[in-house]
Design a binder for this molecule. Structure first.
Ligand code: ADP
Length: 280
């Protein structure tokens, strides 16, 4: 047997030292991103983008430099939530993210399209390629925490995104009626296959507080967040109410001003689970 070259990519030997092939894409040399957190959901419309934007804003308020990579190419809602109307600019070498009022860096397909109402009718590999380029070709400046608004579901595109970006942790977003174990278990299994820890479960639209009597109504059924989190060993849960004020502020592009509510405690646990190197 020939001597080991330690380069598994160019060697066909099936030895015990063999490392699995890595599909990770490199960030461009002038960018810096310390931690990447993927926000996932079993299906669309459950508030994944809302949670991504609220969590990112909460971390930014704590003094970290944060970014959102909007990987939900066919349903991009991040720029509108932050009230961004301008287009992303580029140089020969890089695409520059758009910066929000508080300094958050954002990249989304809607910042590139001529007309934001244009549908993106691309096939999966092209969509996945666009997301990968948001990682490799955008100039991300000194980002501490990047939140990736993942495409919904557990299909081909989210899988490629997981394989291409160095995701450090996952937050799963769901609603009470979707907490039928199966959807969460698919998301948990996907993260497990990628060797990425699930850091939290957010139950969105969990309840509604009557503005007249202050009583909590669990409109979509009793909360199952704690039970499901225990079943899948997810260390942290947060509940977000249905709140027309949130809808109005998102529509007005003022998501940075929305109070994170229970997400503040989830942000505490993200800081602990993924400390920045200089602090550890
Ligand atoms: P997803 O990313 O899962 O497709 P979005 O975050 O875009 O879902 O949410 C869909 C819509 O529902 C948005 O208009 C959002 O503002 C609204 N929404 C989500 N969660 C809430 C909530 N808890 N209270 C009020 N409106 C909400």
């Amino acid at each position: 047997m020939s001597e080991c070259s330690h380069d598994c990519l160019s060697c066909s030997a099936n030895c015990s030292e063999r490392k699995p092939e890595s599909f990770l894409k490199a960030l461009n040399p002038r960018s810096s991103v310390k931690k990447v957190i993927a926000v996932v959901s079993g299906k669309g419309g459950v508030g994944k983008s809302l949670v991504t934007c609220l969590l990112t804003s909460e971390m930014q308020r704590r003094g970290y430099r944060c970014a959102v990579l909007d990987a939900d190419i066919t349903g991009p809602s991040v720029p509108k939530s932050f009230g961004i109307t301008e287009h992303a600019m580029g140089t020969e070498e890089y695409l520059l993210p758009v910066t929000t009022e508080s300094g958050l860096q954002i990249m989304s397909i809607n910042l590139i399209l001529e007309n934001e109402t244009e549908p993106v009718v691309w096939r999966g590999p092209v969509i996945a390629g666009a997301v990968t380029q948001f990682w490799t070709d955008v100039l991300w400046t000194d980002v501490d925490y990047m939140f990736v608004d993942m495409p919904p579901g557990t299909g081909d595109v989210p899988l490629t995104v997981f394989q291409s970006l160095p995701v450090d942790g996952v937050v799963i977003v769901t609603t009470p009626q979707n907490l039928v174990g199966m959807i969460v278990s698919k998301a948990v299994n996907m993260a497990g296959m990628m060797n990425v820890p699930v850091l939290g479960l957010v139950e969105n639209m969990s309840y509604y507080v009557c503005p007249d009597c202050g009583k909590r109504h669990e409109i979509f059924g009793e909360s199952q967040a704690e039970r499901i989190a225990a079943e899948f060993d997810i260390p942290y849960t947060a509940r977000i109410p249905i709140d027309p004020k949130i809808t109005a502020m998102v529509d007005a592009g003022e998501i940075e001003k929305v109070d994170g509510g229970e997400l503040a405690a989830l942000a505490d646990s993200l800081e602990k689970a993924l400390p920045l190197k200089s602090e550890s």
